[in-house]
Design a binder for this molecule. Structure first.
Ligand SMILES: [Zn+2]
Length: 293
């Protein structure tokens, strides 16, 4: 059985994918501000893995020319400086054979062989490349867009509409009843792997209202005393996970059988080691407020 190693994050700001993990190696810059025509580093993504050189014995970002045999799916995008040098991000196809002397390591999922720094950098690159790929054309009129200098924004060449990156707020809540917490299994999740209730903020909702609605919809419970715990950037593809703790009021766990398959009160050792998923605020919340109490 696959287990999830402990995150060892004291607070949510120490979690992977948040900027702190790549400070001070990385200085974010808009593409027009990244020095061109200089050798630099590459963040080369293949699916949810990062391409690394293995020649020195320690996996490192490729440096210099784009490694021979890597065929970019789109024009490389400068995303900042890595150790003071230009850093460009690019995607290659899943079936792009790896050049000799390179390997890929996952930046998502249970395999944690990629360190927190490179995991976070790969997540940042993935989030930016997702924005770039989805916004080559205007969502208002379909015209081609151009970059707005010094920002990540795009301006439509035809209707002049301005578009800026979309980060989607999503609440995640650990509901407590004494020393138990409510965990659910969503449709499509592996049997025996549970998570706190989570969902996207809807039109007109405060974060607290979103927490109450999601818990009601996904588990049939009412909650109160909603407290903010912290947040995590979640680049799959572009969420801001906002974590809360809430106290149970009433109701029986009643999964709808469609979106949510199981909902249980669990505590301590009864929580499967894989619950919450690796590298996530969900796992951090479970470790901090359920397993260690
Ligand atoms: Zn337009």
């Amino acid at each position: 059985m696959t287990t999830t190693p402990k995150l060892h994050a004291k607070t949510t700001s120490d979690l992977p994918y948040n900027s702190k993990a790549i400070t001070p190696c990385f200085s974010p810059l808009s593409p027009d501000a990244v020095p061109q025509n200089t050798p630099g580093f590459w963040a080369i993504l293949q699916g949810q893995t990062l391409l690394l050189t293995t020649t020195s014995g320690t996996p490192e970002l490729p440096h210099g020319q784009l490694p021979e045999g890597c065929l970019p799916e789109a024009e490389p995008v400068g995303i900042g400086l890595w150790q003071g040098e230009s850093l460009r991000a690019v995607r290659i196809a899943i079936d792009n054979a790896l050049p000799p002397g390179f390997e890929v390591l996952p930046f998502f999922g249970p395999d944690l062989s990629l360190d927190g720094r490179l995991t976070t950098l790969a997540g940042r690159a993935a989030q930016i490349l997702h924005w770039e790929r989805r916004n080559r054309f205007c969502s208002v009129c379909g015209g081609e867009t151009s970059r707005i200098p010094k920002t990540w924004g795009k301006r439509c060449n035809l209707c002049k509409e301005i578009h800026f990156p979309h980060i989607h707020p999503c609440v995640i809540v650990l509901v407590k009843r004494g020393d138990e917490v409510l965990l659910i299994r969503k449709a499509g999740s592996v049997v025996g792997r549970f998570s706190p209730v989570a969902g996207f903020v809807d039109f007109g909702e405060s974060l607290e209202e979103c927490v109450q609605r999601e818990v009601r919809e996904e588990a049939g419970l009412n909650v109160t005393n909603i407290r903010y715990l912290g947040s995590q950037n979640w680049p799959f593809p572009s969420q801001q996970m906002i974590g809360f703790l809430a106290d149970y009021v009433d109701g029986e766990p009643t999964p709808d059988g469609v979106e949510v398959i199981e909902a249980h009160w669990l505590k301590g050792d009864t929580i499967p080691a894989t619950s919450g998923g690796s590298r996530s605020i969900a796992r951090w919340m479970i470790e901090t407020y359920a397993i260690q109490v």
